[in-house]
Ligand binder design. Sequence first.
Ligand code: CO
Length: 137
Amino acid sequence: MKISHIGIAVRDLSAAEELFSRLLGETRVHREEVPDQKVRIASFQLGDARIELTEPTAADSPVSKFMEKRGEGIHHVAFEVDDVSAELERVVSEGFEVIDRAPRPGSHDMLIAFLHPRSTNGVLVELCQNRPETEGK
Ligand code: CO
């Protein structure tokens, strides 16, 4: 596995984007809406990994619920794997609790699945897999 991205929950995406752009000295930003998660993201590529600023687009977004409890901040760590379905099976067999039994669509046209933070020291873990270009948008 390698780190794909770190998701950061923010209330105001454009303000956070401006701030992180200054912090990182990086103006190239990828913006995207992920309807399945009810979020909008702005991401910065840093080497092999990304910082994904994530703003909820609805009150029932998982990120809204997260911020109600814990405020802004690091929301999840995403690990890139070759085969997210196979990896889900493996972690379940290892005794980890998963939120997603099957992969779902994520940002950057990836297939993603979340593990429950209960079983990972309070850290929301995302597994993600790049799809072949031919399947992309
Ligand atoms: Co993510």
